[in-house]
Design a protein around this ligand. Structure first.
Ligand code: NAD
Length: 297
């Protein structure tokens, strides 16, 4: 039987995700703090309400997909927030990418109110959200994960990662690896350009061997065309690198390459490139070497 679901955060990711749940036979009460996002959701046929509290009232499940840790704290713990509206037993699922420390803190407050909560961030981007092919990383009580699994499966493939915060930790690990791949590709292309080797040759040869990465296969050809249309905005990856540094401090991990990646992404923000795709970190590496990659239209 269809469940009553409050869906909070109707942006690039949240809108198609809420759409899949509605198509799956669930009743959605949608909310976003940004009025145009609410209007878009209403035009797409979703029932829209007027606060996070209202989205969490008289529902079986609440799902959130907002930008960062402070937004998740505001959604759940803030005035007119989810914990004011939810009744005991309402299942709470935060799918935003946030700090594992904040995820644990919010889940503890929810549990104290009698609402089980899991963290369930995703990878797969806007395309994965539209096609319901997200990889979903879940932290929290395993029995709660089992309860949430049928709903999560309407949006992609869920994997249980461990206790509260573990989903966010795995997402942070994912973002480390993706950042390193982008920076590695950027340095390879810039060294090639400085030495007079065409970027296409670098991509072709590296993709055929041990250096092959999905990042290079998907984004390499677009870099060569000078196409930095997002995908995943650099400002979001910068946010994720902040989360990685916070988690590294909290758990006592020394991650020197992530610290360097953070600085390179800081340079993207300083140059006003936050709204470009994260592959545009190559522009920072170009700048450091006083070099411009040849662009092929
Ligand atoms: P977005 O900015 O398009 O959407 C977020 C929405 O949350 C906005 O519409 C905003 O108004 C709303 N919001 C913010 N604060 C709110 C509040 N207090 N109450 C209600 N609504 C609030 O962002 P997005 O691209 O959909 O990303 C959402 C999350 O998913 C982020 O954590 C991001 O890192 C993660 N993510 C994004 C992608 C991607 O490709 N875009 C991929 C994987 C993960």
């Amino acid at each position: 039987m269809g469940k009553r679901i409050g869906f909070i955060g109707l942006g690039i990711m949240g809108t198609p995700m809420a759409g899949h749940l509605a198509k799956g036979g669930h009743q959605i009460k949608a909310y976003d703090v940004f009025a145009p996002a609410r209007e878009r959701a209403a035009a797409a046929g979703l029932t829209v309400v007027n606060s996070n509290k209202e989205a969490a009232t008289d529902v079986d499940v609440v799902i959130s997909m907002v930008p960062d840790s402070p937004h998740v704290e505001a959604v759940y713990l803030g005035e007119n927030g989810v914990l004011e509206g939810a009744s005991k037993g309402t299942l709470l699922i935060d799918m935003s990418s946030i700090s594992p420390i904040t995820a644990r803190k919010v889940a503890e407050s929810a549990t104290a109110k009698g609402c089980p909560m899991i963290d369930a961030p995703v990878s797969g981007g806007d395309v994965g959200a539209k096609e319901a092919r997200l990889s979903i990383m879940v932290g929290g009580d395993e029995a709660v994960f089992k309860q949430a699994e049928p709903i999560l499966k309407l949006m992609g493939t869920p994997t249980y990662c461990g206790a509260s915060g573990a989903g966010q930790t795995v997402k942070a690990c994912n973002q480390i690896q993706v950042a390193m791949n982008f920076i590695g590709m950027a340095e390879a292309l810039v060294l090639g350009a400085k030495a007079g080797v065409e970027p296409e040759i670098i991509l072709k040869v590296l993709s055929a061997g041990y250096a092959q990465t999905r990042v290079m296969d998907v984004r390499g050809p677009r870099i060569i065309k000078g196409d930095y249309e997002p995908g995943f905005r650099a400002s979001f990856h910068y946010k994720d690198l902040n989360i990685i540094r916070e988690a590294a401090r909290a758990f006592g991990a020394s991650l020197p390459a992530s610290a360097l990646a953070h600085e390179l992404f800081s340079a993207m923000m300083a140059n006003g490139w936050g709204n470009l795709d994260h592959s545009a970190v190559v522009k920072v590496i170009e700048k450091l070497s006083n070099c411009e990659l040849p662009v092929k239209e």
